[in-house]
Design a protein around this ligand. Structure first.
Ligand code: DX5
Ligand code: ZN
Length: 219
């Protein structure tokens, strides 16, 4: 199982987006959080900024859409250069159709669940997806405390992937840090979003290496 580290740009200096992306050239993905002030009580950025960032940097972009009506808006992020697009199942009207559309445009399709949303009702959808994102905080803000109550769902998700023989990635997002990454990896996560644990003063790339080491040692 490969480990992927996807730093969240939500914690970087938005006035210098491309420079902040270049600081973390050892990241596997750039995790870009799109918020619309409706699905979550916060507003970030949209298609034009994603498109500009994609042209300025080489690291593939992992879009996390915390927006209403992803059925309508998500495909535009593939056109804007995203390699992976995650929609929230709580917001999607037709998740199967949407996942197929994302894949047909050439992106990885991923479905996110808030902490209180169970995975079991969506078992039949898994073959339509390339990744499941489990939120380990309530979506909307960086720098929140990791919710341990999600750990059993990480384990359950991995069990369901194995049961169906599916090679899906399992991403965790929220409060992932040097203190919490090992319990996520041990439970079966293999893609790790980290915002406040990576960005800030000092050597962000070294912090990514350390997170990667800890995750690799725990799975
Ligand atoms: C929160 C976002 C996360 C966030 C993670 O809603 O989806 O990607 O930026 O930030 P940290 O790692 O600081 O919790
Ligand atoms: Zn995110």
């Amino acid at each position: 199982m490969g480990i992927h580290i996807a730093p969240s740009m939500l914690s970087c200096d938005f006035a210098h987006l491309a420079d902040e992306a270049r600081r973390i050239a050892n990241a596997d993905w750039l995790h870009v959080d799109v918020m619309d002030n409706h699905f979550v009580p916060n507003l970030t950025l949209g298609v034009p900024v994603v498109e500009a960032l994609g042209k300025a940097v080489d690291t593939p972009m992992d879009l996390h859409l915390m927006i209403e009506d992803p059925d309508r808006w998500a495909p535009a992020y593939v056109e804007a250069g995203a390699g992976s697009v995650t929609f929230h199942v709580e917001a999607a009207t037709a998740p199967v159709r949407l996942a197929r559309e994302l894949r047909s445009h050439g992106a990885r399709a991923s479905m996110a669940l808030k902490p209180a949303t169970p995975i079991d009702p969506y078992e039949d959808l898994l073959p339509e997806l390339d990744m499941v994102l489990l939120m380990t905080v309530e979506p909307g803000f960086g720098g929140q405390k990791f919710l341990d109550l999600v750990v059993p769902k990480i384990r359950r998700c991995r069990e369901l992937f194995d049961k169906h023989g599916l090679d899906l990635w399992l991403q965790v997002d929220g409060g992932v840090s040097l203190e919490t990454i090992e319990r996520c990896a041990e439970a079966g996560a293999d893609v790790f979003v980290a915002g406040s644990a990576v960005y800030g003063p000092g050597d962000a790339a070294a912090r990514i290496d350390r997170l990667r080491e800890l995750a690799a040692g725990a799975c």
